[in-house]
Design a binder for this molecule. Structure first.
Ligand SMILES: [Mn+2]
Length: 323
């Protein structure tokens, strides 16, 4: 039986940020997603939504060029602001829909979530594992490292980073489930194997289907079915034919049906407390591909909040009769 959601109001929070990777554009995604009707659609299906606007990122420290890791000070400072904003909204009993932003946003988002719900589990939908450390990263971009900042077991591999003192690791590797992986670095594979992280690659999706994987993984990391759920949804987890407007597309990804099913099942638990939408980049594609990306992203997002493909019976619908 689904647990009745304690957090009935959805608080929407934009995180207009792109310094966790190299392309401009993800900082504009909150604007484009709102423009594509993400809030109107959630309201139309009967949700109460409060738009908290965007996290104010106007006065971030300036990083020196050519540092080993790109933009650590701005990424650290921006994510501290995000973490505080997420905690603040959760404390008013709303859930949070965070519109990123590149996927470095998960550092602030999960950290802020864990301050209020320390027992959370993380469902990480992505083509990539995003668990590099600053010492293993090939790209030097922090959007490929958020889980290394957050997981307690990885701290012995983490160097000190400027402007990340606030970020105390707050989850265990046992609290993480991956879905959609298909581009994992050797170092990341070693972490996954070493710590036995529950990782579902695209091969597994094809072999078992999303239905079995989501059932299996939720019952493994949360056998009592009571823990708050954090979904960190990188749109590159979906197939690039569906979400082409993103910075690091990898062919052979999750289908629209896979993502809808996953989102519907998470909604049914009644325990989704934070959803991140990451890596939408409206500047990296044609207008047509951008619109396609927005449409598919909005569609899947609404499924996390009760929009069922089998549709919802309207509570007060009177069937018209001839007079
Ligand atoms: Mn990612």
């Amino acid at each position: 039986m689904p647990v009745h959601p304690a957090r009935e109001v959805i608080g929407v929070l934009g995180f207009p940020f792109s310094k966790g990777q190299t392309y401009d554009g993800t900082e504009q995604a909150p604007h484009y997603l709102r423009d594509a009707g993400i809030i109107k659609n959630l309201q139309a299906q009967g949700n109460t939504v409060v738009d908290h606007g965007d996290v104010n990122l106007e006065s971030l420290p300036v990083d020196e060029p050519n540092t080993d890791i790109r933009n650590p000070k701005s990424v650290g400072t921006a994510n501290k602001k995000l973490s505080d904003a997420i905690s603040r909204i959760l404390k008013t009993n709303q859930s949070v829909l965070t519109l990123g932003g590149d996927h470095s946003m998960a550092i602030g988002s999960i950290h802020g979530h864990a301050q209020v719900e320390p027992n959370l589990v993380v469902v990480w939908v992505d083509a990539h594992a995003d668990i590099n450390t600053p010492l293993t990263s090939i790209s030097r971009n922090i959007h490929g490292m958020p889980l290394a900042f957050l997981a307690k077991e990885l701290q012995e591999y983490m160097p000190d980073m400027p402007e990340f003192d606030w970020c105390k690791p707050c989850i265990s590797v046992r609290d993480i489930v991956y879905i959609g992986l298909r581009d994992v670095d050797p170092s990341e594979k070693v972490f996954i194997e070493k710590f036995g992280i529950l990782a579902h690659y695209m091969e597994d999706v094809e072999k078992y289907g999303v239905k079995e994987l989501i059932e299996r993984s939720l019952s493994q990391i949360d056998p009592s079915g009571t823990r708050p759920i954090h979904v960190s949804f990188d749109v590159d987890g979906m197939d690039p034919a569906l979400t082409p407007a993103t910075g690091t597309p990898v062919p052979g990804g999750l289908s629209l049906k896979d993502c809808c099913y996953l989102a519907e099942e998470i909604a049914i638990t009644g325990r989704l407390s934070v959803l991140d939408i990451a890596e939408v980049n409206p500047l990296l594609s044609s207008e047509e591909d951008r619109n396609l990306t927005m449409t598919n992203t909005v569609n899947v997002t609404t499924k996390f909040y009760g929009n069922r493909r089998k549709s919802i019976t309207p509570p007060d619908y009177e069937l018209p009769r001839p007079q």
